[in-house]
Design a protein around this ligand. Structure first.
Ligand code: NAP
Length: 260
């Protein structure tokens, strides 16, 4: 008998997962771990096709099918087209990880441009809404689907506020918390579970993208475990929430923070 982690569908078909921002970091770790646990993985990316291609190779090496789906998640029409491409290739999906996200350079709120805040919410919040909407339209029994699971990647920043760094990012992740709870209740009776993982400081390239390549280790003394997390440690939580082992878990905000 298969374990909950391997998750075959009736008839032995592999489950189909879409991971946004899958080229590197937490998204890439989720994609490869999912392939090892029986999922085929569609890999979304915005700009770095080479990185996404490397993740695709790793997914295939782990035994999964990989499908590359370029799209800026902040562009709703591009998200609609991405899901149409997924339908054409695989006929739908069984799981979504809303992982694509950005930070920005450290600034106080009184230094922000309007463009900065709009980009922050467009990618981190509106992109997650667009992808979740399309996923629910395919997975919900209300729409003729057979259920599924959504995991949103939030951040412990939603509790801490990120003063002096990126309050706009923390506020966007706060929106993800509320989105997770609200959507989970909307679709709970339709076979779709919706949860969030809220990482703490994780050692990925996101910190360099915000102009602070040393941030993860510089802030280690503020973390009770005295070290940043790894992308794989976050991915473990995501894979559990996607799996049937979490069958009665929905609307949860799971902190993976080393105690922070
Ligand atoms: P990362 O290393 O910077 O990777 C982010 C990925 O997102 C990149 O592969 C990038 O792909 C993709 N992406 C960015 N904008 C996109 C867009 N508009 N559309 C589609 N894809 C886009 O970041 P990470 O650290 O793995 O973070 C992943 C998630 O975890 C984010 O939601 C982040 O907020 C969250 N998180 C991270 C930490 C941390 O300390 N690392 C802590 C808490 C939460 P392209 O290069 O192709 O654009």
């Amino acid at each position: 008998m298969a374990t909950a982690q391997t998750q075959p569908l009736p008839g032995g078909a592999r489950r189909r997962l879409l991971v946004t921002g899958a080229g590197r970091g937490i998204g890439a770790a989720v994609a490869v771990m999912a392939a090892r646990r029986g999922w085929d993985v569609a890999l979304n990316y915005a700009r770095d096709a080479a990185a996404a291609g490397r993740t695709a190779e790793a997914v295939r090496a782990a035994g999964g099918q990989a499908l590359l789906l370029p799209a800026d998640v902040a562009d709703d029409a591009a998200v609609v087209a991405m899901f149409a491409a997924l339908d054409a290739a695989w006929g739908g999906l069984d799981g979504l990880v809303n992982n694509a996200g950005v930070v920005d350079v450290a600034q106080r709120v009184d230094e922000y441009s309007a463009e900065r805040v709009q980009r922050m919410f467009a990618i981190n919040v509106f992109g997650s809404f667009s992808c979740a909407r399309e996923a629910v339209r395919r997975m919900s029994t209300r729409h003729g689907g057979h259920g599924g699971a959504i995991v949103n990647i939030g951040s412990v920043a939603s509790k801490l506020g990120s003063a002096g760094q990126y309050v706009d990012y923390a506020a966007a992740k706060g929106a993800i918390d509320v989105f997770t709870v609200g959507l989970s209740r909307e679709v709970a009776a339709e076979g779709v579970r919706v949860n969030a993982v809220r990482p703490g400081i994780t050692d990925t390239e996101i910190h360099a993208s915000g102009g602070q390549p040393d941030r993860a280790w510089r802030l280690a003394p503020q973390i009770p475990m005295q070290r940043p997390g790894t992308a794989d440690e976050v991915a473990e939580a995501v894979l559990w929430l996607l799996s049937d082992a979490a069958a009665y878990t929905t609307g949860a905000l799971l902190d993976v923070t080393g105690g922070r």
